[in-house]
Design a protein around this ligand. Sequence first.
Ligand code: DCT
Ligand code: MG
Length: 941
Amino acid sequence: MATAAPATKKSPAKTPSKAAASKPSAAKGPAKPMLLLLDGHSLAYRAFFALPVEKFSTTTGQPTNAVYGFTSMLINLLRDERPSHVAVAFDLSRQTWRSEEFADYKANRSASPADFKGQVELIKEVLAALRIDVLTAENYEADDVIATLTTRAEAEGMTVRICTGDRDALQLVTDAVTVLYPMRGVSDMTRFTPEAVQEKYGLTPSQYPDFAALRGDPSDNLPGIPGVGEKTATKWIREFGSLGELVDRVDEITGKAGDALRNSMSSVLQNRRLTELVRDVELTADPLELVAQPYDREAVHEIFDNLQFKVLRERLLETFEQADETSTEGFDVAGVRLGVGQVAGWLAAHAADTVGLSIRGRWTPGGGEVDTIAVADAAGVSAVIDVAALGPADDAAVGEWLADPLRPKVGHDLKAPVNALAARGWRVEGITCDTALAAYLALPGQRVFDLGDLVQRYLHRTLDARPVEEEEPAEQLTLEFPDAVTDTETAVEVDAVDAAAEEALALDRAEMIKALAVIDLAAVLQVSLVESGQQALLTAMELPVMDVLGRMERTGIAVDLPYLEDLRSTFDSEAQSAAAAAFAVLGHEVNLGSPKQLQVVLFDELNMPKTKKTKTGYTTDADALTALHDQTQHPFLTHLLRHRDVTKLKTTVEGLLKAVGDDGRIHTTYLQNIAATGRLSSTEPNLQNIPVRTDEGRRIRAAFVPGRGFDNLITADYSQIEMRIMAHLSEDVALIEAFRSGEDLHTAVAVRAFGVPASEVTPELRRRIKAMSYGLAYGLSAFGLSGQLKISVEEAREQMDAYFARFGGIRDYLRRAVDVARLEGYTQTLYGRRRYLPDLTSDHRQRRELAERAALNAPIQGSAADIIKVAMLNVQRRIDSEGLKSRLLLQVHDELLCEVAPGEQEKLTALLREEMAGAFPLEVDLDVSVGVGRSWDAAAH
Ligand code: DCT
Ligand code: MG
């Protein structure tokens, strides 16, 4: 029995199609309906082989080349063909009437490559988001479904476009049916009309399957005739008109070819039966029901986010912008640049309003320059403030307005512009929404928060000016009676001035549109945050954190420049001597940075055991070489690894040197909305990159020193914060007790889980127990654990069992965490920060397991991130309220770093301890250690 999706039928008449929604001109009358049919598997396969999988994979390792290529072809087809009806046919399995009739049918095909599997499901998800019907029929191939729909569509008077990578479909070509056949890659399509078939093969479409039967088809495992090629096959069909006629008069063919044909007659006839497409498969959908629908915007964003298709999403949105009634709308922008004296008036008139901002200028680390501030109110009134052309009264008014916490402001990604305003001497208070931060809370999995994208997604609008309605303007009358004077030169001058003015006006308009857009966007995002219970995270956490981060960026941290330069040359010469030592072992030089040359040295010259094979040979990545070194202890590897380490350190130091500003301080830039867990990161320099526990890391941190007028640096950090959060969340009695015993945690765990006396817990054992605690907390399997601890899987399983026998609450919590997240679709931190994990229900094992580990990790890492943010805010508030001169400088990992003003050390130490320990009332207390010194390293403890 044949089945076809979907079960629900749609009315062909009511819903306007995606293409039809682009308003075909009424004068032409309704265009003939056009059905676009795609062969899902054959195109997906084409795409898979046309696009390199290395270039098309998500950061989580999901291959996407087939999905990408298929979706790209689909978008092009929808754009170019503008079908009114559309469907995609898929094969269900390899078992069809053809394989029943001929057991060897397609039997030569190897199993689909591992990277291909799973992508078909993703393609179906894309199609569901685009609201395109997927049709299948048991016992039939997609080809037959297509042939059936084509036949019926033609009978209904529709035209048909078939896109497939299978030439058997050429038999369907008529004046009303065109086959689009992808040539090289996925963007070139050959259009097979009857004429094109004739031109290419010298045959009519109905002769094509006759010819194909004679030729055979290696890809379907259909045998050909020995000694008879395409030329002869074509000649015969042309001469006799059809295979039937040829069979009837087969004796007229003489010579070897004739004998071969007569010998192969039964396989030729079988080929012909198999090549014939079935035109009456029972389907539950009729061609007229396959109306093209407007796509499901939310679903498209979701699947494209998952697949990390940025360019394709833009192409899709752009292509169907006009078709989508709601998205064509831009913004009414009637505002102008405010003249001298008008700024104060505009701001006074908006004293009670929330004002949308868009700030234009140039941002530098911790500073910058502002050109204009575009402002808008919720009623759609907008204006532009030219910062360079402010009179004294206006200047004061802008300063007062910006600094007033009771005058609400909203904007997008304001940290950098606020730093630039600060450089101009303007403090900013009263930011009630930053749409980049609000979107980060609403869509934590996304990494880029572009205003235009968000406006599309949440407001279904574009950042364009809405065209002004063309009325009969009175001025036009005067234009019809132009001044008689036409001085060419003046006209040219006027044109140039006009062009410049036009350009300035366009810039101002773009800025005003952004100011208008953020107001509407903020409103929508705030509703969404209220719905998900994350409103307080925005107002009480992320927005104040943005303010503190901006202050830290502007303050920067002093460095000992001569020391840092020395350090660079030290690392440089260490790198050189490591290289020299490596060359001495080899007896010749080699480029240590070239994987190709290393492969030759390691595996050919030194005959080392082979590492994992990749596309470019045996891998020489850090993990593999470390393992190889553990295994062989080869001196070449010792020097090579040392060379790599030191080179990396040198790069880190160079990054720091490059970042030192004119004031002798490094002003890092914090990234507040990148990490899906809620953690902060930083760039230029990336502070996370400075190794934490190594000697070299300490040498680097020794370069950070107190600035002039400050005594010391003081650092305060949490110890074992993740395990404390784990104890709190799991309520595991043994773990809580281990913490409360006052013993060192990892030692206490060793004692409890494995019965080793505390005195026998060596640093190495402690390290292993620690790795085990964190590993299990983050979802490591026995297999993973065996790898980390370099023990057998069996041993790892035993240790896991012993661990969980004692800390059963942890195991129960971990299971529950994943189950709840699967059910709800997201995890939550102690503060209600969400992380959405749709892959928890994926059929794709790799993706599902990745999501499961994320579900364990996110609440713990995210809660740690929340806690340190709260601590940072409270520390800053206390510093302000107590009027201290000391300053917060950095936040990195679980650590806060401050500059101590003279006489404030005691106060600051106490304050840091109090505020960090008191940031959240965990079941087990937060432990804070504080250290003071003349450098970051000296302060470490
Ligand atoms: N971490 C991890 N796996 C490890 C070690 C550390 O995931 N094997 C993560 C979680 C904690 C964080 O890094 C900080 O590391 P440590 O300071 O080493 O952890 P700790 O529990 O604070 O241990 P210690 O008491 O030794 O500082
Ligand atoms: Mg620690």
